[in-house]
Ligand binder design. Structure first.
Ligand code: GLV
Ligand code: MG
Length: 349
């Protein structure tokens, strides 16, 4: 392990200084597109202003014969990029693939100044991040970049979950984590065949009542992802980086998608992936605090004065800890409103 004294030193001569804090930028949805698809590329100018993060996907869902075309397509998009309000990210191929090295070398040298974050799939432990960290520093130095490119890891192997805290703390470049429920399910040998979301078989059943038959016993579907999501949120919080729910594959089931996203929001996530334009608005709605919640939070902050002591508001006890929660909601609302004038007026800012 590197000495804490050296943690914030550049890893290559001429590489930019690592950041001491991960900047919070609105990231309610990470919208995936396939850069090998010319039709999708032609829609970038319309879609980019509607999303917080646009991500050129080079990994799964891009066929092996299309990997080179996807990389080249993303270079084309990155060179023309001028949408400063929207972040441009990529998901590169995994470290053990034949494409990773070309992905990173090409993207950093060709479009490094416009690329905010590189998402690295199937991260197993801090050693994966150390490798990416050093390589990026070398490439940034060679490209003469002024700002470091940040790294986002997907939590999608059992090993990765076991090492989640050390992955988060492996480099000052670590910007956040996403849950990868599809690969994680396969790696753990879960018996699901879907991308994220619940499963009707994962349930608890009401206790039996004397004389009543089993059909009368209510069942309650449980959240398959609660444990992992909660671990991920804590690991990210402990390291000052940002947690995201990942993909929800049943595009037609917008209701369940909204529920899954909301669970993640309430638990502490800042955003989720959108795999289809219908999921953009779901993420925008869910990951922006409700105007009524913001109004309530502002009232609590106001009535609590200097924030100490306790007061009753509408029969609910407020103290230092509820004020802190209210500040989380109001700060998020202000950060989002700064980007989104419609939200600003809904919040009355
Ligand atoms: C995402 O990459 C997943 O595997 O769910
Ligand atoms: Mg995956």
């Amino acid at each position: 392990m590197r000495s804490p004294k050296d943690f914030f030193s550049p890893l290559a001569l001429g590489a930019p200084e690592p950041l001491r804090e991960i900047p919070f930028r609105p990231s309610r949805m990470i919208h995936f597109f396939d850069p090998s698809n010319e039709k999708m590329r032609s829609k970038i100018d319309t879609i980019a202003p509607k999303v917080d993060v646009l991500l050129g996907n080079l990994e799964d869902a891009v066929a092996a014969d299309n990997k080179d075309a996807a990389r080249a397509g993303l270079v084309e998009v990155g060179k023309a990029w001028s949408t400063s309000e929207t972040q441009l990210w990529t998901r590169v191929n995994s470290l053990d693939s034949p494409w990773f090295l070309d992905d990173v070398m090409t993207l950093v040298s060709e479009i490094g100044e416009n690329l905010d974050v590189i998402m690295v799939p199937k991260v197993e432990g801090p050693e994966d991040i150390h490798y990416v960290d050093q390589l990026l520093a070398q490439l940034e130095a060679r490209a003469g970049l002024a700002e470091p490119i940040l790294v986002h890891a997907i939590l999608e192997t059992a090993q990765g979950v076991a090492n989640v805290e050390s992955i988060c703390g492996a480099s000052p470049r670590m910007q956040g984590l996403s849950l990868g429920p599809a690969d994680l399910a396969a790696d753990r040998r879960m018996k699901t065949t879907r991308v994220g979301g619940g499963h009707p078989g994962y349930l608890v059943r009401q206790d039996p009542e004397e004389g009543a038959n089993d059909e009368a016993r209510a069942t309650y579907q449980q959240d398959l992802w609660h444990y992992t999501l909660a671990r991920m949120v804590d690991a990210c919080g402990a390291h000052g980086i940002l947690p995201f729910y990942g993909p929800f594959g049943d595009i037609a089931d917008t209701v369940a998608c909204e529920d899954q996203f909301r669970n993640a929001y309430l638990l502490g996530c800042v955003g989720a992936w959108s795999l289809h334009p219908v999921q953009i608005d779901i993420a925008k709605k869910v990951f922006s605090p409700e105007p009524s919640e913001v109004a309530w939070a502002m009232r609590v902050i106001d009535e609590m004065g200097d924030g100490t002591g306790a007061v009753m508001i509408d029969g609910k006890m407020q103290d230092d800890a509820t004020v802190k929660q209210c500040h989380v909601v109001v700060n998020l609302a202000r950060e989002l409103a700064a980007k989104d004038p419609d939200l600003a007026s809904e919040y009355g800012f």
